[in-house]
Design a protein around this ligand. Structure first.
Ligand code: PLP
Length: 405
């Protein structure tokens, strides 16, 4: 198969969509791919594969301060989130409006389809202007008794990078008897966290956001917490997730988990790159808006609105200059829709339609910042030359209400 490759001098600033796979992970996956055994087989081939899976499980558990027995491997963050919501067996699902679609759509589907595990009710909590979940709203939603509720709030948002007060949320929810799940897919290698300090009952991870392969993730399930399997079949993953284990993927995940500590050490460098971009883009145009700048954010994420230039136009313009960023949520890229996350902050459509997300990671360098800023400046200068005087239309004619400058 002939795989298309991007230009060799193109730079990648879209780590929240997916991070480049680390070289050590590629090596570990290649070794695991060459293994023959099914981890469920009792012969030596099977035992070798089982050993590889269990070593990876230890590493993933260590990354989040869990025990290996509390890790269920899944086919990614989406499956982990769906399993948590559907499998916890709680009637009321309380989520926030900035959750990833794998929580929001799963919650909607469960609440609309009562045959899939009893009647469910979905409650979506608002966020403040910086995108932080309101504890008062959670308090009200839980009401007097929360024994029938599952609260699912993400640790860090994929679009803005905003970090939620999950520890406080868990304390409040547990005091009412609710269960707590956290989508921590964007957090590993970016901020230090552990399942005990967060106090959650379940937590979702995905390997491909921090240097591991796509299509593999995990659900942390605290010892003693009940869960119904979403995927039925053979008894793999102690009955919680049927299907022959993705041994190479799991080995790659385990390797990336072990390497995540290095990324944490590198986080101040990544934050400096991000801060430098924000500062320099604002120097080019002071009207540039940095979403959620007033809240605690991941060190690698910047969601920026350049007034008057549609997101897609910016993404395509930067791409032509060899710089890869994304417009809003990359999980739905290909079909550009207004971001539900930015809308939840109360931002007007004229701003949400002009937002791009720049996200850095383990291989990002100062040179990437230089290339991004100069591409952006050139792109912007080109637009200004074409659209002077505040024309109420985007350069591609797509967006109503945008002001070209
Ligand atoms: N949750 C968050 C916050 C995400 O950003 C993503 C992916 O973009 C997911 C869940 C889904 O993870 P996966 O791509 O492994 O299904």
């Amino acid at each position: 198969m002939n795989l298309r490759r991007p230009a060799t001098d193109a730079i990648y600033l879209d780590y929240n969509a997916t991070a480049p796979v680390k070289p050590q992970v590629i090596e570990a996956i290649a070794d695991a791919l060459a293994m023959t055994g099914n981890p469920s087989s009792v012969h030596q081939f099977g035992r070798a594969a089982r050993e590889a899976v269990e070593e990876a499980r230890e590493r993933v558990a260590a990354m989040i301060g869990a025990t290996a027995a509390e890790i269920i491997f899944t086919a990614g963050g989406t499956e982990a989130n769906n399993t948590a919501l559907a499998g916890a067996g709680r009637r009321r699902l309380i989520v926030s409006e900035i959750e990833h679609p794998s929580i929001l759509r799963a919650g909607e589907t469960l609440s609309q389809n009562s045959s899939a595990g009893g009647e469910r009710e979905l409650r979506v909590l608002p966020v403040d202007g910086d995108g932080v979940v309101s504890l008062e709203a959670l308090d009200q939603a839980l009401g007097e008794g929360g024994e029938d509720a599952l609260v699912s709030i993400m640790l860090a948002n994929n679009e803005t990078g905003v970090i939620q007060p999950v520890g406080e949320i868990a304390t409040l929810a547990h005091a009412r008897g609710a269960l707590v799940h956290c989508d921590a897919v964007q957090a590993p290698g970016r901020i230090a966290f552990g399942v005990d300090s967060l106090g959650v009952d379940m937590l979702s991870l995905s390997a491909h956001k921090f240097g591991g392969p796509k299509g593999v993730g995990a659900l942390f399930l605290r010892a003693g917490v009940d869960l119904k399997a979403l995927v039925a079949g053979g008894g793999q993953e102690r009955g919680w997730r049927a299907g022959t284990e993705n041994v190479p993927g799991i080995v790659g995940f385990g390797t990336a988990a072990q390497l995540a500590a290095e990324d944490l050490q590198n986080a101040p460098h990544v934050a400096a790159l991000r801060d430098s971009v924000e500062q320099r883009l604002r120097a080019i145009d002071p009207e540039v808006r940095i979403f959620s700048a007033g809240a605690a954010r991941l060190p690698n994420t910047s969601c920026i609105s350049m007034p008057g230039v549609q997101s897609e136009t910016q993404v395509m313009g930067l791409d032509l200059s060899g710089v890869a960023v994304s417009a809003g949520s990359a999980c739905s890229s290909g079909k550009v829709e207004p971001s539900h996350v930015l809308r939840a902050l109360g931002a007007p459509d004229a701003e949400t339609g002009c937002a791009i997300r720049i996200s850095f990671g383990w291989a990002s360098r100062e040179a990437d910042v230089e290339k991004l800023v100069s591409a952006w400046r050139a792109f912007y200068a080109g637009l200004s030359a074409r659209y002077t005087g505040g024309v109420s239309q985007s350069p591609d004619g797509a967006g109503a209400g945008a002001v070209e400058r």
